[in-house]
Design a protein around this ligand. Structure first.
Ligand code: ZN
Length: 180
């Protein structure tokens, strides 16, 4: 369970509760340079989503854990647990967002999802298009089975001279070629 919080001015923190550990990552993006500081703190297992506050002494993370309420103080790129909880009476609470992936790891590329816009749907493999109740499909197994299910042509032609022959004919009426 990871949460990110945007601190503004290109700085953001991510909080990842992994068992009794909380992984705190501070990433700042200033002058096109990205810097990241990560710390693993022994906080205890979370019992509630973390709360982030901006105080006069820096950013404070309030964690409700199995070990009680814990506070992490962040100043610049330094962070640590504080024994004495800072006063949060005048602090501004910052919104946090839940993410599936921890910020401290590279986010893997998501597999391509089928495009879906209202009633329109498009898949690339097999080529498939759906709009309302109109449907188009190419290269799918069902298209092949439609072709295979087609009845065999009743008219045949001589492989030798190209004359039309009946299916019952054993020899071409035109050139006498044996029909195989
Ligand atoms: Zn023939």
């Amino acid at each position: 369970m990871a949460y990110v919080c945007d601190l503004g001015s290109g700085q953001r923190i991510s909080l990842d509760g992994q068992g009794a550990q909380t992984i705190v990552a501070i990433s700042s993006n200033s002058a096109g340079q990205q810097q990241q500081a990560t710390s693993s703190l022994q906080t205890g297992t979370w019992t509630a989503p973390p709360e982030v506050y901006r105080t006069s002494e820096g950013v404070v993370v309030k964690l409700q854990t199995a070990n009680g309420t814990q506070f992490i103080q962040i100043q610049g790129s330094r962070m640590g647990m504080v024994a004495t909880p800072p006063s949060l009476t005048n602090a501004e609470q910052l919104p946090t967002q839940q993410t599936n992936v921890s910020d401290s790891t590279m986010q893997p590329m998501k597999p391509m999802q089928p495009m879906n816009m209202g009633t329109m749907q498009m898949n690339l493999k097999p080529m498939e298009m759906k709009m309302g109740d109109m449907e188009m499909r190419m290269g799918s197994a069902s298209a092949d089975s439609i072709n295979a299910a087609k009845p065999a042509p009743t008219r045949q032609f001589c492989t030798q001279c190209g004359a039309s022959i009946k299916p019952s004919d054993r020899f071409c009426a035109s050139c006498g070629h044996q029909i195989v």
